[in-house]
Design a protein around this ligand. Structure first.
Ligand code: FEO
Length: 392
């Protein structure tokens, strides 16, 4: 248990081992944390729990530190298992303690745990007094689940924001001023790109709503990673920027290749982009982490995707990435496709159609080459890259 401010304590878990999150969907190169908080006033509130595999140690620690019978209420900001996974084990020991959550939260807890506990359904602006401090609830619907909510601790002026503003990042430290800023922001933008991109319009509106509440925010404590205590609004400003069709002006040239021909095309296209002063990032999707590639797509203004043709289709690595791109609904991106083939040559068209379905504006016809490209073919790829640069 670590005091973070006034009556607020971190009682979370640091998970140094986790390398894949959301099943296998999200790579966590730097581990993660499941941040749970105690507000210890005349009443004691527990805000969120930790992921299911850690439930026993978590509950034992609460018993040792404060005594479970002294917990007056439990706040469930979000019912996903990484935060609510220890709830059943905890509530078996304190079954009558009220649970504060949104209406969707109560429904989802029942669907997950098949139990009917003492639910206190709250909406934005509702509050509960703990003594000197007061919890104020702010619904965060679809950021990123229908049940999501943040809890503001008035008095301490701390926003317990749950997933929003989090990062999958474990460190010996707890606060943003103690860690490497490059690592911190790499994990924060990866988190936004891979989880929050589809909800960017809602993020914009919600940030405005929070700022319009005129809360004094001295600390933002999310449910993953580092707590923002030094200039905490810096991450709110970053979210505002990221939610606004953000890009850094680069082009992600993403490809996979069977015998190297599509790779040669990718290099030539990148050369063409660079001829025109555009920064190209070459990303072999067969060899790279897909969540890292998605982060580069998020930062890019243009996305050029290539694959060899196989069995009248595309390589499975590329297909998986295109499916991720489709789901994330990026805005304000330009795209194109390329690829080599032997005899049928469907890949370029398939990629092009997928980009269009993803809301990416395809600005030029794709380019395909049969078997291994000759120097003149690579010149054509270079010109393809130059033409794309001209559309940015
Ligand atoms: Fe949506 Fe960290 O769970």
């Amino acid at each position: 248990m670590i005091k973070i401010k006034d009556q607020i304590y971190w009682v979370g878990v640091k998970d140094w081992e986790i390398k894949r999150f959301h099943g296998e969907e999200y790579s966590t190169h730097r581990g993660s944390t499941y941040n749970s908080y105690l507000v210890r006033d005349q009443k004691i509130a527990l805000v969120d729990t930790v992921w299911t595999p850690f439930h026993e140690g978590f509950v034992e620690e609460l018993e040792r530190e404060v005594g479970l019978k002294n917990i007056s209420l439990v706040v469930v900001n979000h019912t996903e298992q990484d935060h609510a996974g220890s709830l059943a084990y905890l509530m078996e020991r304190i079954p009558d303690v009220p649970i504060y959550c949104t209406k969707n939260g109560a429904m989802m807890i029942k669907k997950h745990f098949h139990r009917d506990w003492n639910f206190n359904v709250v909406k934005t602006g509702d509050s509960v007094e703990l003594g000197e401090s007061r919890l104020v609830f702010v619904e965060m619907t679809m950021l990123h689940w229908p049940d999501s909510m943040a809890t503001y601790v008035a008095g301490a002026n701390v926003l317990l924001s749950n997933d929003a503003f989090g990062q999958h990042y474990v460190s010996p430290h707890l606060f943003n001023d103690q860690v490497d800023q490059g690592e911190l922001y790499q994990e924060a933008v990866k988190y936004y790109a891979n989880i929050l991109t589809p909800f960017s319009r809602l993020v914009k509106a919600k940030l405005k709503e929070i700022l319009d509440l005129n809360l004094s925010i001295e600390m933002i404590a999310p449910s993953h990673g580092i707590i923002w205590r030094d200039n905490p609004l810096q991450i709110v400003q970053k979210y505002d920027q990221w939610a606004g069709d953000f890009n850094e002006g680069t082009v992600a040239v993403i490809y996979d290749t069977m015998w190297g021909a599509t790779r040669k095309m990718a290099l030539a296209i990148a050369r063409g982009l660079e001829n025109k002063g555009v920064g190209a990032k070459l990303l072999n999707v067969g060899k790279s982490d897909k969540n890292d590639i998605i982060t580069e797509v998020f930062k890019a203004r243009g996305v050029i995707v290539g694959s060899s043709t196989i069995n009248k289709g595309i390589l499975n690595s590329t297909a998986a990435l295109l499916e991720m791109i489709k789901g994330l609904q990026f805005k304000n991106k330009l795209g194109a496709s390329f690829g080599s083939y032997g005899w049928s040559g469907e890949s370029v068209k398939i990629i092009q159609e997928s980009l269009k379905e993803s809301g990416i504006e395809v600005v030029q016809e794709g380019i395909k080459m049969q078997y291994d490209p000759e120097p003149k073919d690579l010149k054509a790829c270079e010109a393809f890259g130059e033409a794309f640069a001209g559309r940015l």
